[in-house]
Design a protein around this ligand. Structure first.
Ligand code: ADP
Ligand code: GLC
Length: 472
């Protein structure tokens, strides 16, 4: 599948959860090679003529593994190329990203417009991140009955900002380029367009919904978001509890559940062996699975590595998509401490699962985190997370204190300050708790008992869709 982070997880799991609520949810994705490969039995269901600077394209219909209908927007010159969805193999943004995601937005809007290309018209077009931010703008200017729009923010750090000359190339009316439209400080902003024109806005945790209205985490859009706060909802992401279940996971060495936690160390041994770490049960193994970007606060982890290793402890990191400085730092650390530190650069779903199962504790010291998925996966895998108190991390991890241990809610370690020193204190607290034979199993069991499934959140989305559709 095409996944660079949590958006991939959500795009697959939320529509499936909506379908179980009886909602006719359908997915539109660019026709990347990996997407077409998923659709061996696709049918062409529409041809879309060239518009503005967009080339001709077509819609191919298939199904996700969950059964949810998937439309792939086939336009080989825009979507079929080596490299990632947003960047080339060298890590530079594709120079035609405005056209690539402009077309995606345009076609999403057509699916919600009267006279669209299918014999089916969406009542609500649910847009995720900047890549579909122009859809609400196109719909706002469309004639005839149109779908309502919902813009979801998964990460405000990515906004899709382009040169103003592209307004015409993208087929937007000249009047849309204004401060009340798609303009953002003289540029064209896809995300701003979505936030300006969508009928409602959601983001992926209640905490982040508040944070993005402030200067510190609003990335320049805090004013607009605060002005729209009555239409802005924070809905926590769920997790795919079928895919991320230690009792059934075929990607781990030994399956286990809360009442068979004694089997979990088999996964630790397998992980240590696979990564070339010393096969010792007596040192805690801390782990990271992450995009290597400034957002994730992993520079603090590099800073405290000497103290962490002196505890003693082991560290396993799986990371990709990123910052060359962080990559070099973690590779050098592993080189200097081969038996204690392992760094794997790249994207590896199987290893991500084995790490969740085999590590003792999971590290997410993010500077900001709209929701975060891995801290939920790790609680489900009995691998208590160590997180900074921000966004969805603060909403999903309960810090271990005497009071939270007593009331059975403690599930990890939460630190407040955005500093390496604060991370170190949390790591030291975790190490002490790991050595304590009653605290650690309590944290594991509390985390494993929590319900992070999609159902409650899918109901909240469904309620918003219903309200929006009613108003159209
Ligand atoms: P973000 O979306 O900001 O990257 P999330 O925590 O929401 O962060 O989601 C990250 C998702 O991507 C998780 O499912 C995680 O397991 C996965 N992931 C991140 N990096 C890698 C990697 N290098 N290999 C495999 N999976 C990864
Ligand atoms: C983004 C965020 C992450 C969130 C994910 C899915 O990539 O960085 O926090 O979990 O989207 O919503």
């Amino acid at each position: 599948m095409v996944k660079t982070g949590g958006l991939g997880d959500v795009s697959a799991a939320l529509p499936a959860a909506l379908a179980t609520l009886g909602i006719d949810a359908r997915i539109l994705l660019p026709g990347y090679r990996q997407v077409l490969a998923l659709l061996p039995d696709y049918r062409e269901v529409a041809r879309i003529a060239p518009m503005a600077d967009f080339p001709a394209s077509r819609l191919l219909r298939g199904r996700m593994a969950s059964g949810v209908p998937l439309y792939a927007l086939d336009c080989p010159e825009l979507y079929q190329r080596p490299g990632g969805p947003y960047q080339d193999e060298a890590g530079s943004d594709w120079s035609d990203n405005a056209l690539r995601f402009g077309l995606l937005s345009r076609v999403a809007a057509l699916l919600g417009s009267a006279g669209g290309p299918l014999d089916w018209q969406a009542q609500v077009v649910h847009c995720n991140d900047w890549q579909t931010g122009l859809a609400p703008a196109y719909l706002r200017y469309a004639a005839g009955a149109r779908a309502a729009t919902l813009q979801t923010i998964h990460n405000l750090a990515f906004q899709g900002i382009f040169e103003p000359e592209l307004v015409a190339a993208l087929g937007l009316p000249p009047a849309s380029f204004s401060p009340n439209g798609v303009e953002y400080y003289g540029k064209l902003s896809f995300l701003k367009a979505g936030l300006q024109f969508a009928d409602a806005i959601t983001t992926v945790s209640p905490g982040y919904a508040l944070e993005i209205q402030s200067e510190a985490l609003g990335f320049g859009l805090q004013g607009l978001l605060a002005a729209r706060k009555d239409s802005l909802y924070g809905i926590l992401n769920g997790i795919d509890t079928g895919l991320w279940n230690p009792a059934t996971d075929s990607l781990i060495a030994c399956r286990y559940a809360a009442d068979t936690l004694a089997s979990k160390p088999i996964n630790k041994r397998a992980l240590q062996r696979r990564l070339g770490l010393a096969p010792s049960p007596a040192v805690p193994l801390f782990a990271v699975v992450s995009r290597l970007t400034a957002q994730k606060g992993l520079d603090w982890l590099l800073e405290i590595a000497p103290q962490l290793l002196a505890l003693p402890a082991q560290l396993a990191l799986l990371g990709g998509g990123g910052d060359a400085h962080l990559e070099r730092g973690f590779l050098a650390l592993a080189q200097g401490h081969a038996e204690q530190v392992s760094t794997t650069i790249g994207f590896d779903e199987g290893l991500a699962h084995l790490i969740e199962a085999g590590a003792d504790a999971f590290l997410m010291p993010s500077r900001f985190e709209p929701c975060g998925m891995n801290q939920m996966y790790s609680q489900r895998y009995g691998t208590p997370p160590i997180v900074r108190a921000t966004g969805g991390l603060a909403d999903t991890v309960v810090d271990c204190t005497a009071a939270t241990l007593a009331d059975g809610s403690a599930s990890g370690f939460v630190f407040q300050q955005p500093t390496a020193a604060a991370l170190l204190v949390a790591v030291e607290r975790a190490e002490r708790a790991w050595r304590d034979g009653t605290t650690w199993p309590a944290l594991q069991r509390n985390g494993m008992a929590r319900d992070f499934g999609w159902e409650a959140s899918a109901r909240r989305y469904a309620a918003i869709y219903a309200r929006l559709a009613e108003k159209q």
